[in-house]
Design a protein around this ligand. Sequence first.
Ligand SMILES: O=P(O)(O)OC[C@H]1O[C@](O)(CO)[C@@H](O)[C@@H]1O
Length: 548
Amino acid sequence: MSLKSINPTTTASWELLNKHFEAVKDVHMSQWFAQNNDRANQMTIKWEDFYIDYSKNRITEDTLELLLKLADETKLKEAIDKYFGGDIINKTENRAVSHTALRCPKDKKVFIDGVNVIPEVFEVKKKIKDFSNDIISGDRKGYTNKPFTDIVNIGIGGSDLGPAMVVDALQYYKNQLTTHFVSNVDGDHVNEVIKKLNPETTLFVIVSKTFTTQETLSNSTTIKDWFLQSASEQDIKKHFVAVSTNIEKVKAFGVAEANIFPMWDWVGGRFSLWSAVGLSISLSVGFENFDQLLSGAHKMDEHFKNEKFESNIPVILALLSIWYANFFKCESEAVIPYSQYLNQFATYLQQAIMESNGKSVDRNGKKVNYQTGNIVWGEPGTNSQHAFFQLIHQGTKLIPSDFIGFVKSLYGNKEHQDKLMSNFIAQTEALLNGKSEEEVVLELKRQDVSDDNIKMLTPFKVFEGNKPTTTILINKLTPESLGKLIALYEHKIFVQGVVWNVFSYDQFGVELGKQLASTILSEINNDVTIVKHDASTKNILEYYKKLT
Ligand SMILES: O=P(O)(O)OC[C@H]1O[C@](O)(CO)[C@@H](O)[C@@H]1O
C-alpha cells in the first residue's frame, strides 16, 4: 500500500505549537478578553442561521495561525478535494467515502469508480419518497387491510443511532406514526418493544448494511417469528422491508425484492442516515422533512468544501479539538445541547467520532506516537447542570465543551426559552470567568457568615474559571438546521483524521469481540467443548453455564 502521508508531529507547525503551548498554557482567558475588546467578534463565525463563538477557548490569534498552518502542512485542502471527489480515501477497505453524495442536488455529478452515482441516489430517494407517502397516507395497508400505526427500525450502530437520534430530535415534525427502535440483542429489549405492537398495523424496517450483524439478524428473526404467530408467510411482504447492500442475504431472510432499499459500500454505517438507512426518519416526519435534513447537510458540505479555513466551521472546531487533545492533553470533550430534543446527540456522536478516530496506527501502518480520537460525552442542559457540571467547573479535569442552543423554541413558550437560554449563556460565562477569592469572601460577608467560617469555606467556593467552551447558537431546530449540525460534526471528524494521519472510515476494532463472542456462544450452547481461555474468562463462562 504505497501511501505518502504526514506524521503531524514532524511538521514545523507542530514544533511551534509545542513552544507556543508552553507560553500560553497557564494564561487565564479573561486576560485575553481584557487585552482585546474585539476578541469575541474576531472569534465568531456567522453562517446562515448559525452563530459560532469560539472566543471562550484557550487560544490566541497566534494559536489559530499555527493550527491553520498545521492544517496546511498536513495537506487538508487536498484531502477535502479527494473526499468530495469520490476518491478511494478509505484505503484499508478500498472504498470511497461519499455519504455527501447522498445529499447532493440532482444536477450534481459525483464519480465513483468512473460512474456518476447521483442518478442511482435519486432512484433510491424516489423509492423512499413513494414508500413513505404510501405508508403515511394509509394507501399501503397491513395484512388485515388496516393502515399502519407503528414503525419498528431493527438495526444497530450506524443502522440505529442516526435514525433514532434524528427521529427523536424532529419529533415536533412527526406524523401519526409511532416509531420504535430495536437494536440490542438483549431479548428483554426486543420483547419490551413487541409488547407495544399490533402485528396487523406494524411495519418492520430491517436495516443492516452487511446483513450479517448478529444483533440485527437475531432481532429480525425473533420479530418475524412473533409476527407469524398471527399472520402467514405471504403477509411478510406487506410488513417487512429492508435496507442493505447484501441483496442476496436479505432475500434469503424472506424480504420481497421490491421491498429492498439498496445502499452502497461507499457510505459508511455511521454516516448513513442520509441514505435509505434514514427510511424510519422519512416515515416518521415525512419525506419532505427528510429531504430538508439532506439539504441542510448539503449546505454545510458546500461551506466546508469552499470556505477559507480561518472561517470554516468544521475546520476551526476540529483544530480546537486537536489543540486540547494533543497539547493540553485533555482526556475528553463534552457536547451539551440546550434542547431536550437532542438528548441522543452525544450518543450518536460517540459512534461517529470514536469509531472513526479511535485508531492507534497511522496511514503508513506505523504505531502513532501522539494522541488520536476523542472521548466524547454529554447530556442536554439544563439537566447536565444538575449532574456533572460540578466536575467541569471545579474538578481537576479540563473538559472542552460545545454548547449547542437554539434561539427559538418550537412551541414558542418564550418564558421557558428565556430561562433555558439564560442558563446556556451563563454557564459559558461562569466557565470562562469563574469566581475569585475576593468575590467569594465579599459574598459570604454579605451573608453575615462569621470570619472563621469564611476562612474555612472560601477555598471550596472559589471557581478557577478558564474552562474552554464553544458556543453554537442556531436560530431554530428544523430538519434543515439539524442536517447542518450533523454534517458539521461529520466534517470535524474528517479534518481530525487527516491531521492525525489515521484512516477514519474503517472499524476493524469492532471485530475481535464479535469473533470471540461467536466461539463462546457455541460453548454456551454446548456445540463445542470449552476451548482454551484465560482463567478469568473460563471461570465466568463456567459460572454462567452452571446457572442457566
Ligand atoms: O449496518 P450493519 O452492517 O448491520 O452494521 C451495524 C454497525 O456495526 C458496525 O459495523 C460495527 O459497529 C458499525 O460500523 C455499523 O454501523
